[in-house]
Design a protein around this ligand. Structure first.
Ligand code: HEM
Ligand code: FPP
Length: 287
């Protein structure tokens, strides 16, 4: 029984979900320029947890064939035989529908629709279509993971703004260096599963260069936020320090010899710290 409960929990990709919720909360604090009401926080984050968790479950339902052949994913609940594919399908669909209804009734239709659109984007556009067909899969698919701040913003204000779009853009530009750093050292897995990730199709050198270029554009995009919404100096300082730090890791990755993945691994972990700290800096720049 405990195995099954844990299996359902794992279907939601909890680690990634927490980060997605964190970026949404950060967007909410910026939209409110302070702490929003507890009711809005709870409904928005619970709704998003259900739509992101539900779409992760549908991703695992659809990808069960490739998850079973990749070392990193073979222990997931479906390939491990803990949850059946149909259970995952019903669980994922129910969470997404419930999330939409709850947000539409208790929050507003824009937030509910954006959250639903994020789930469709991740499941249908990324998982069903792009992931198995093009090396640009995660560049375009990154848009799904960038949607939570838009949902948070809409949850608080009932509309969108240029500032919200810039938060989206920051996560969108961050996704390629985040994911490709990992894909470099998980290349064998993706090759075996036949997924056309960038390092599989274009090789590691080309992928590292592309990551570096996204890193530069990300630094510029993160600074743009400072010019569209009032923030104190903490933000641009953090954006420069973190952005230059990320570029340092990506440069070391670029310079390490073929077959060594020490800096690729470090770049992946730095990407997680980068996003967390940048969004903390946003909130510290207004509070
Ligand atoms: C298309 C977009 C993305 C792809 C393909 C992707 C891919 C991945 C993969 C494959 C891992 C697993 C690492 C492992 O199992 O060792 C991972 C970890 C992680 N990702 Fe991403 N990611 C994407 C976007 C995002 C976004 C938008 C966020 C948050 C805003 C995020 C946050 C995280 C976190 C926190 C982890 C570490 C926790 C964990 O592994 O459970 N990712 N990512
Ligand atoms: C607003 C809303 C509902 C947005 C949905 C956002 C969402 C769940 C984004 C997840 C992005 C992500 C972690 C992709 C993992 O890629 P993968 O599935 O290829 O990774 P895997 O190989 O680990 O399965």
């Amino acid at each position: 029984m405990a195995d099954v409960i844990n299996g359902y929990w794992q279907l939601t990709k909890p680690g990634i979900m927490v980060m997605l919720l964190y970026t949404a909360l950060s967007g909410m604090i910026l939209a409110q320029r302070g702490i929003p009401s507890l009711r809005i926080i709870v409904v928005t984050l619970l709704g998003l947890a259900m739509s992101t968790g539900g779409s992760a479950a549908l991703n695992m339902w659809y990808d069960r064939d490739i998850d079973a052949v990749m070392k990193r994913t073979v222990k997931r609940p479906i390939p491990a035989g803990i949850i059946t594919p149909n259970q995952a399908l019903i669980f994922g669909l129910s969470l997404i529908v419930l999330s939409f209804v709850m947000m539409a009734v208790f929050l507003n239709l824009l937030a509910a629709t954006l959250s639903f659109a994020g789930a469709v984007y991740y499941v249908v556009i990324y998982t069903f279509w792009l992931k198995r067909s093009t090396p640009q899969n995660i560049v375009i698919g990154g848009g799904a993971g960038a949607m939570p701040p838009l949902v948070g913003w809409a949850g608080v204000t009932g509309h969108l703004s240029l500032t919200a779009v810039l938060l989206f853009l920051i996560i969108f530009l961050w996704t390629p260096p985040h994911f490709w750093s990992l894909a470099l050292y998980k290349n064998e897995d993706y090759q075996r599963a036949g997924i056309p990730m960038m390092p599989v199709v274009k090789g590691s050198r080309n992928t590292k260069w592309q990551s570096f270029i996204y890193g530069i554009v990300l630094l510029i995009g993160s600074l743009a936020l400072y010019f569209v919404t009032p923030l104190n100096l903490v933000y641009p300082i953090a954006a420069v320090v973190l952005g230059v730090g990320f570029l340092y890791y990506l440069t070391r990755t670029l310079r390490e010899e073929e077959g060594s993945f020490r800096w690729a691994r470090r770049s992946f972990f730095f990407s997680l710290a980068y996003l967390m700290l940048l969004f903390i800096a946003i909130d510290f720049s207004i509070l």
